[in-house]
Design a protein around this ligand. Structure first.
Ligand SMILES: Nc1ncnc2c1ncn2[C@@H]1O[C@H](COP(=O)(O)OP(=O)(O)O)[C@@H](O)[C@H]1O
Ligand SMILES: [Mg+2]
Length: 373
Protein backbone atom coordinates (compact mmCIF):
# COMPACT_ATOMS: atom_id res chain seq x y z
CA UNK A 1 0.00 0.00 0.00
CA UNK A 2 1.45 3.37 -0.95
CA UNK A 3 0.50 5.99 1.59
CA UNK A 4 -0.95 9.15 0.12
CA UNK A 5 -0.77 11.10 3.36
CA UNK A 6 2.00 10.62 5.88
CA UNK A 7 2.02 12.37 9.25
CA UNK A 8 5.36 11.92 11.03
CA UNK A 9 5.79 12.77 14.67
CA UNK A 10 3.32 15.57 14.28
CA UNK A 11 2.79 18.02 17.12
CA UNK A 12 0.49 20.98 17.23
CA UNK A 13 -0.48 23.42 19.97
CA UNK A 14 -2.73 26.44 19.82
CA UNK A 15 -1.10 29.85 20.26
CA UNK A 16 -2.13 29.86 23.95
CA UNK A 17 -0.01 26.73 24.39
CA UNK A 18 -2.86 24.21 24.59
CA UNK A 19 -1.60 21.05 22.92
CA UNK A 20 -3.90 19.18 20.52
CA UNK A 21 -1.55 16.66 18.95
CA UNK A 22 1.82 15.55 20.17
CA UNK A 23 4.03 13.13 18.29
CA UNK A 24 1.27 11.74 16.09
CA UNK A 25 2.41 9.33 13.41
CA UNK A 26 -0.13 7.99 10.95
CA UNK A 27 -0.56 7.36 7.27
CA UNK A 28 -3.59 7.22 5.04
CA UNK A 29 -3.57 5.10 1.93
CA UNK A 30 -5.82 4.87 -1.10
CA UNK A 31 -9.54 4.52 -0.66
CA UNK A 32 -11.91 6.03 1.86
CA UNK A 33 -10.87 6.43 5.49
CA UNK A 34 -13.38 7.34 8.18
CA UNK A 35 -11.63 9.42 10.85
CA UNK A 36 -13.50 9.09 14.13
CA UNK A 37 -12.89 10.21 17.69
CA UNK A 38 -14.69 12.04 20.46
CA UNK A 39 -15.40 15.76 20.18
CA UNK A 40 -12.29 17.77 20.80
CA UNK A 41 -9.92 14.88 20.06
CA UNK A 42 -8.36 16.89 17.25
CA UNK A 43 -9.95 15.50 14.07
CA UNK A 44 -10.61 18.90 12.52
CA UNK A 45 -7.19 20.13 13.57
CA UNK A 46 -5.56 17.12 11.89
CA UNK A 47 -7.46 17.72 8.65
CA UNK A 48 -6.47 21.37 8.71
CA UNK A 49 -2.83 20.35 9.19
CA UNK A 50 -3.05 17.94 6.25
CA UNK A 51 -4.76 20.62 4.16
CA UNK A 52 -1.95 23.03 4.97
CA UNK A 53 -4.33 25.44 6.67
CA UNK A 54 -2.44 25.02 9.93
CA UNK A 55 1.26 24.37 10.36
CA UNK A 56 2.65 21.82 12.80
CA UNK A 57 4.79 22.96 15.71
CA UNK A 58 7.06 20.04 14.92
CA UNK A 59 6.98 16.97 12.71
CA UNK A 60 5.82 16.73 9.14
CA UNK A 61 2.81 16.21 6.96
CA UNK A 62 3.35 14.89 3.46
CA UNK A 63 0.48 14.73 1.06
CA UNK A 64 1.17 12.94 -2.18
CA UNK A 65 -1.10 14.89 -4.48
CA UNK A 66 -3.43 17.82 -4.79
CA UNK A 67 -5.51 18.24 -1.60
CA UNK A 68 -9.16 19.30 -1.60
CA UNK A 69 -10.64 20.21 1.79
CA UNK A 70 -14.20 20.72 2.98
CA UNK A 71 -14.02 22.50 6.36
CA UNK A 72 -16.39 21.67 9.19
CA UNK A 73 -17.58 25.28 9.29
CA UNK A 74 -17.73 26.58 5.77
CA UNK A 75 -17.21 30.24 5.22
CA UNK A 76 -17.98 31.37 1.72
CA UNK A 77 -15.44 34.13 1.90
CA UNK A 78 -15.59 36.61 -0.89
CA UNK A 79 -17.27 34.25 -3.37
CA UNK A 80 -20.16 35.99 -4.98
CA UNK A 81 -21.61 33.55 -7.46
CA UNK A 82 -21.88 29.78 -7.75
CA UNK A 83 -19.32 29.93 -10.59
CA UNK A 84 -16.98 31.81 -8.31
CA UNK A 85 -17.44 29.21 -5.60
CA UNK A 86 -16.78 26.45 -8.11
CA UNK A 87 -13.61 28.22 -9.23
CA UNK A 88 -14.60 28.30 -12.86
CA UNK A 89 -15.04 32.01 -13.50
CA UNK A 90 -11.90 32.39 -15.62
CA UNK A 91 -12.56 29.24 -17.64
CA UNK A 92 -16.16 30.24 -18.31
CA UNK A 93 -15.16 33.75 -19.33
CA UNK A 94 -12.62 32.29 -21.75
CA UNK A 95 -15.20 29.89 -23.22
CA UNK A 96 -17.62 32.76 -23.73
CA UNK A 97 -14.87 34.85 -25.32
CA UNK A 98 -14.15 32.09 -27.84
CA UNK A 99 -17.86 31.79 -28.57
CA UNK A 100 -17.77 35.55 -29.25
CA UNK A 101 -14.96 35.02 -31.75
CA UNK A 102 -11.93 35.86 -29.63
CA UNK A 103 -8.92 33.60 -30.35
CA UNK A 104 -6.05 35.00 -28.26
CA UNK A 105 -3.52 32.64 -26.72
CA UNK A 106 -4.42 33.71 -23.19
CA UNK A 107 -8.01 32.67 -23.82
CA UNK A 108 -6.96 29.10 -24.68
CA UNK A 109 -4.56 29.09 -21.75
CA UNK A 110 -7.42 29.99 -19.40
CA UNK A 111 -9.42 27.01 -20.63
CA UNK A 112 -6.60 24.48 -20.64
CA UNK A 113 -8.18 21.05 -21.11
CA UNK A 114 -11.39 22.13 -19.48
CA UNK A 115 -13.54 22.59 -22.57
CA UNK A 116 -16.46 20.88 -20.90
CA UNK A 117 -16.14 22.66 -17.55
CA UNK A 118 -19.65 24.15 -17.70
CA UNK A 119 -21.21 20.78 -18.45
CA UNK A 120 -19.24 19.06 -15.71
CA UNK A 121 -20.16 21.82 -13.25
CA UNK A 122 -23.81 21.54 -14.16
CA UNK A 123 -23.63 17.75 -13.86
CA UNK A 124 -22.18 17.94 -10.34
CA UNK A 125 -24.76 20.50 -9.23
CA UNK A 126 -27.52 18.25 -10.58
CA UNK A 127 -25.99 15.17 -9.07
CA UNK A 128 -25.93 16.79 -5.66
CA UNK A 129 -29.51 18.02 -6.13
CA UNK A 130 -28.66 21.71 -6.24
CA UNK A 131 -31.35 23.65 -8.02
CA UNK A 132 -29.19 26.68 -8.81
CA UNK A 133 -27.63 28.25 -11.87
CA UNK A 134 -23.94 28.99 -12.26
CA UNK A 135 -24.71 32.68 -12.00
CA UNK A 136 -26.80 32.53 -8.82
CA UNK A 137 -25.46 34.47 -5.92
CA UNK A 138 -24.10 32.34 -3.05
CA UNK A 139 -25.75 34.33 -0.28
CA UNK A 140 -29.06 32.98 -1.59
CA UNK A 141 -28.01 29.43 -0.70
CA UNK A 142 -29.19 27.71 2.47
CA UNK A 143 -26.71 26.12 4.87
CA UNK A 144 -27.17 22.69 3.30
CA UNK A 145 -26.96 24.07 -0.22
CA UNK A 146 -23.74 25.86 0.69
CA UNK A 147 -22.18 22.56 1.81
CA UNK A 148 -23.37 20.86 -1.37
CA UNK A 149 -22.02 23.70 -3.53
CA UNK A 150 -18.65 23.48 -1.76
CA UNK A 151 -18.69 19.70 -2.34
CA UNK A 152 -19.55 20.24 -6.01
CA UNK A 153 -16.54 22.55 -6.27
CA UNK A 154 -14.29 19.86 -4.81
CA UNK A 155 -15.65 17.03 -6.94
CA UNK A 156 -15.33 19.21 -10.00
CA UNK A 157 -11.70 19.97 -9.21
CA UNK A 158 -10.91 16.25 -8.87
CA UNK A 159 -8.06 16.51 -6.34
CA UNK A 160 -6.10 13.33 -5.70
CA UNK A 161 -6.79 13.70 -1.99
CA UNK A 162 -10.13 14.80 -0.60
CA UNK A 163 -10.61 15.73 3.06
CA UNK A 164 -14.20 16.10 4.25
CA UNK A 165 -14.91 17.37 7.76
CA UNK A 166 -18.39 16.33 8.93
CA UNK A 167 -19.89 16.84 5.48
CA UNK A 168 -23.42 15.65 6.28
CA UNK A 169 -24.02 17.79 9.39
CA UNK A 170 -26.06 20.42 7.59
CA UNK A 171 -27.63 18.19 4.96
CA UNK A 172 -31.22 17.02 4.77
CA UNK A 173 -32.03 13.43 3.90
CA UNK A 174 -31.99 14.00 0.16
CA UNK A 175 -28.69 15.88 0.36
CA UNK A 176 -27.21 13.05 2.43
CA UNK A 177 -28.29 10.37 -0.02
CA UNK A 178 -26.70 12.30 -2.85
CA UNK A 179 -23.49 12.77 -0.91
CA UNK A 180 -23.35 9.03 -0.08
CA UNK A 181 -23.60 8.25 -3.80
CA UNK A 182 -20.83 10.69 -4.64
CA UNK A 183 -18.58 9.34 -1.87
CA UNK A 184 -19.23 5.73 -2.85
CA UNK A 185 -18.20 6.33 -6.44
CA UNK A 186 -15.16 8.50 -5.65
CA UNK A 187 -11.95 6.70 -6.58
CA UNK A 188 -9.26 8.92 -5.09
CA UNK A 189 -7.93 9.14 -1.55
CA UNK A 190 -10.56 10.38 0.83
CA UNK A 191 -10.44 11.08 4.56
CA UNK A 192 -13.85 11.75 6.06
CA UNK A 193 -14.41 12.99 9.59
CA UNK A 194 -17.94 12.05 10.55
CA UNK A 195 -20.34 10.64 13.12
CA UNK A 196 -22.81 9.73 10.39
CA UNK A 197 -23.21 5.96 10.63
CA UNK A 198 -24.43 5.58 7.10
CA UNK A 199 -21.53 7.56 5.70
CA UNK A 200 -19.08 5.56 7.83
CA UNK A 201 -20.64 2.42 6.40
CA UNK A 202 -19.10 3.39 3.05
CA UNK A 203 -15.48 3.65 4.14
CA UNK A 204 -12.70 1.11 3.54
CA UNK A 205 -10.99 1.70 6.85
CA UNK A 206 -11.58 3.41 10.16
CA UNK A 207 -8.95 5.62 11.77
CA UNK A 208 -9.69 6.03 15.47
CA UNK A 209 -8.09 9.17 16.92
CA UNK A 210 -7.96 8.82 20.65
CA UNK A 211 -5.60 10.17 23.31
CA UNK A 212 -3.46 11.71 20.62
CA UNK A 213 -2.77 8.60 18.58
CA UNK A 214 -4.46 6.88 15.68
CA UNK A 215 -5.36 3.21 15.39
CA UNK A 216 -6.31 1.92 11.97
CA UNK A 217 -8.93 -0.75 11.42
CA UNK A 218 -9.62 -2.33 8.03
CA UNK A 219 -13.25 -2.28 7.00
CA UNK A 220 -16.16 0.04 7.66
CA UNK A 221 -17.87 1.12 10.87
CA UNK A 222 -19.75 -2.16 11.26
CA UNK A 223 -16.51 -4.16 11.00
CA UNK A 224 -14.85 -1.81 13.47
CA UNK A 225 -17.71 -2.15 15.97
CA UNK A 226 -17.69 -5.92 15.60
CA UNK A 227 -13.99 -5.97 16.36
CA UNK A 228 -14.43 -3.68 19.36
CA UNK A 229 -17.25 -5.90 20.66
CA UNK A 230 -15.02 -8.96 20.30
CA UNK A 231 -12.16 -7.15 22.08
CA UNK A 232 -14.58 -6.11 24.80
CA UNK A 233 -15.86 -9.67 25.22
CA UNK A 234 -12.29 -11.01 25.36
CA UNK A 235 -11.40 -8.38 27.96
CA UNK A 236 -14.46 -9.32 30.03
CA UNK A 237 -13.53 -13.00 29.81
CA UNK A 238 -10.00 -12.17 30.89
CA UNK A 239 -11.38 -10.20 33.83
CA UNK A 240 -13.60 -13.06 35.01
CA UNK A 241 -10.75 -15.55 34.61
CA UNK A 242 -8.53 -13.22 36.62
CA UNK A 243 -11.24 -12.86 39.27
CA UNK A 244 -11.56 -16.63 39.51
CA UNK A 245 -7.76 -16.85 39.82
CA UNK A 246 -7.79 -14.34 42.63
CA UNK A 247 -10.57 -16.25 44.44
CA UNK A 248 -8.68 -19.53 44.02
CA UNK A 249 -5.44 -17.92 45.14
CA UNK A 250 -7.11 -16.49 48.26
CA UNK A 251 -8.53 -19.90 49.07
CA UNK A 252 -5.13 -21.55 48.52
CA UNK A 253 -3.42 -19.02 50.73
CA UNK A 254 -5.99 -19.51 53.48
CA UNK A 255 -5.64 -23.30 53.21
CA UNK A 256 -1.88 -23.10 53.15
CA UNK A 257 -1.87 -20.83 56.18
CA UNK A 258 -4.12 -23.22 58.11
CA UNK A 259 -1.94 -26.12 57.10
CA UNK A 260 1.20 -24.23 57.96
CA UNK A 261 -0.12 -23.26 61.37
CA UNK A 262 -0.89 -26.92 62.02
CA UNK A 263 2.59 -27.95 60.89
CA UNK A 264 4.19 -25.24 62.95
CA UNK A 265 2.34 -26.50 66.01
CA UNK A 266 3.39 -30.07 65.26
CA UNK A 267 6.91 -28.90 64.49
CA UNK A 268 7.20 -27.09 67.79
CA UNK A 269 6.04 -30.18 69.63
CA UNK A 270 8.46 -32.36 67.71
CA UNK A 271 11.31 -29.94 68.23
CA UNK A 272 10.58 -29.83 71.94
CA UNK A 273 10.55 -33.62 72.02
CA UNK A 274 13.93 -33.55 70.23
CA UNK A 275 12.84 -35.87 67.41
CA UNK A 276 12.79 -33.31 64.60
CA UNK A 277 16.07 -32.92 62.72
CA UNK A 278 17.73 -29.64 63.58
CA UNK A 279 18.06 -28.38 60.04
CA UNK A 280 14.40 -29.06 59.38
CA UNK A 281 13.39 -27.55 62.68
CA UNK A 282 15.38 -24.50 61.85
CA UNK A 283 13.86 -24.22 58.43
CA UNK A 284 10.41 -24.75 59.85
CA UNK A 285 10.91 -22.04 62.39
CA UNK A 286 12.20 -19.61 59.83
CA UNK A 287 9.44 -20.53 57.47
CA UNK A 288 6.86 -19.95 60.15
CA UNK A 289 8.25 -16.46 60.45
CA UNK A 290 7.86 -15.79 56.78
CA UNK A 291 4.65 -17.61 56.20
CA UNK A 292 2.69 -14.48 55.42
CA UNK A 293 1.22 -14.58 51.95
CA UNK A 294 1.36 -17.63 49.79
CA UNK A 295 2.70 -20.55 51.72
CA UNK A 296 5.99 -21.97 50.63
CA UNK A 297 6.54 -25.45 51.66
CA UNK A 298 8.93 -26.10 54.43
CA UNK A 299 11.78 -27.63 52.52
CA UNK A 300 11.32 -25.46 49.51
CA UNK A 301 11.96 -22.52 51.79
CA UNK A 302 15.19 -24.12 52.83
CA UNK A 303 16.28 -25.14 49.39
CA UNK A 304 15.11 -22.01 47.64
CA UNK A 305 16.81 -19.74 50.13
CA UNK A 306 18.54 -16.77 48.55
CA UNK A 307 21.41 -17.19 48.12
CA UNK A 308 21.01 -20.95 47.75
CA UNK A 309 23.15 -22.94 50.16
CA UNK A 310 26.04 -24.70 48.43
CA UNK A 311 26.04 -27.61 50.81
CA UNK A 312 23.10 -29.17 52.56
CA UNK A 313 23.53 -31.58 55.42
CA UNK A 314 20.37 -33.57 55.97
CA UNK A 315 20.14 -35.91 58.92
CA UNK A 316 17.25 -38.33 58.49
CA UNK A 317 15.17 -35.61 56.91
CA UNK A 318 12.11 -37.77 56.27
CA UNK A 319 11.72 -39.34 59.66
CA UNK A 320 8.95 -37.14 60.88
CA UNK A 321 7.42 -36.22 57.60
CA UNK A 322 4.14 -37.32 56.13
CA UNK A 323 4.07 -38.69 52.60
CA UNK A 324 3.08 -35.43 51.00
CA UNK A 325 5.91 -33.64 52.75
CA UNK A 326 8.39 -36.30 51.68
CA UNK A 327 7.23 -35.86 48.09
CA UNK A 328 7.67 -32.12 48.38
CA UNK A 329 11.13 -32.55 49.82
CA UNK A 330 12.08 -34.85 46.93
CA UNK A 331 10.76 -32.35 44.43
CA UNK A 332 12.64 -29.54 46.09
CA UNK A 333 15.85 -31.59 46.03
CA UNK A 334 15.36 -32.30 42.34
CA UNK A 335 15.63 -28.59 41.63
CA UNK A 336 18.54 -28.08 44.00
CA UNK A 337 21.92 -27.74 42.23
CA UNK A 338 24.27 -27.66 45.19
CA UNK A 339 25.87 -30.53 47.07
CA UNK A 340 23.92 -32.66 49.52
CA UNK A 341 25.09 -35.05 52.14
CA UNK A 342 22.13 -36.91 53.45
CA UNK A 343 22.07 -39.53 56.15
CA UNK A 344 18.96 -41.63 55.79
CA UNK A 345 17.42 -45.07 55.90
CA UNK A 346 14.62 -44.06 53.62
CA UNK A 347 15.64 -45.79 50.35
CA UNK A 348 12.67 -44.69 48.21
CA UNK A 349 13.36 -41.14 49.30
CA UNK A 350 17.08 -41.46 48.61
CA UNK A 351 16.38 -42.90 45.14
CA UNK A 352 14.11 -40.05 44.30
CA UNK A 353 16.56 -37.46 45.61
CA UNK A 354 19.04 -38.01 42.78
CA UNK A 355 21.88 -39.33 44.93
CA UNK A 356 25.06 -39.74 42.86
CA UNK A 357 27.40 -41.35 45.37
CA UNK A 358 26.35 -43.88 47.96
CA UNK A 359 28.43 -44.48 51.06
CA UNK A 360 27.97 -46.91 53.84
CA UNK A 361 29.18 -46.13 57.31
CA UNK A 362 30.09 -49.27 59.18
CA UNK A 363 31.23 -49.34 62.71
CA UNK A 364 34.18 -51.63 61.85
CA UNK A 365 34.85 -51.04 58.16
CA UNK A 366 34.34 -47.28 58.35
CA UNK A 367 33.14 -45.36 55.29
CA UNK A 368 32.98 -47.34 52.00
CA UNK A 369 31.57 -46.56 48.57
CA UNK A 370 28.72 -48.89 47.56
CA UNK A 371 26.50 -49.51 44.47
CA UNK A 372 23.11 -47.79 44.60
CA UNK A 373 21.01 -50.07 46.80
N1 LIG B 1 -9.06 27.92 16.86
C1 LIG B 1 -8.88 27.31 18.02
N2 LIG B 1 -8.21 27.89 19.04
C2 LIG B 1 -7.99 27.26 20.20
N3 LIG B 1 -8.42 26.01 20.47
C3 LIG B 1 -9.11 25.38 19.52
C4 LIG B 1 -9.38 25.97 18.24
N4 LIG B 1 -10.06 25.08 17.50
C5 LIG B 1 -10.23 24.01 18.26
N5 LIG B 1 -9.65 24.16 19.46
C6 LIG B 1 -9.54 23.15 20.51
O1 LIG B 1 -8.67 22.12 20.03
C7 LIG B 1 -9.13 20.87 20.40
C8 LIG B 1 -9.34 20.00 19.18
O2 LIG B 1 -10.37 20.55 18.42
P1 LIG B 1 -10.87 19.93 17.08
O3 LIG B 1 -9.71 19.57 16.20
O4 LIG B 1 -11.86 20.84 16.50
O5 LIG B 1 -11.55 18.57 17.59
P2 LIG B 1 -12.61 17.61 16.86
O6 LIG B 1 -12.71 18.04 15.44
O7 LIG B 1 -12.05 16.24 17.03
O8 LIG B 1 -13.88 17.76 17.61
C9 LIG B 1 -10.40 21.09 21.21
O9 LIG B 1 -10.03 21.06 22.56
C10 LIG B 1 -10.84 22.45 20.78
O10 LIG B 1 -11.55 23.08 21.81
MG1 LIG C 1 -14.26 18.77 14.32
Amino acid sequence: MTAAIVCSDLSFSWPDGTPVLSGLTASFGPGRTGLIGVNGSGKSTLLRLIAGELHPGSGQVQADGDVGYLPQAITLGAHRTVSDLLGIIAARAALHAIEAGQVGEEVFAAIGDDWDVEERARAWLDRLGLDVTLDDRVEQLSGGETVLAALAALFLRRPGILLLDEPTNNLDLDGRERLYDAVASWTGVMVIVSHDRELLGLVDQIADLSAGSIRMYGGNLAAYEELLAAEQAAAERAVSVAEADVRRERRDVAEAQTKQARRDRQGRKLAESGSLPRIVAHARKRHAQESAGRSRELHAALLLAQPAPQLLLLDEPTNNLDMASVRQLSQALEGYRGAIIVASHDLPFLRSAGITRWLRLDRHAGLTAIEPP
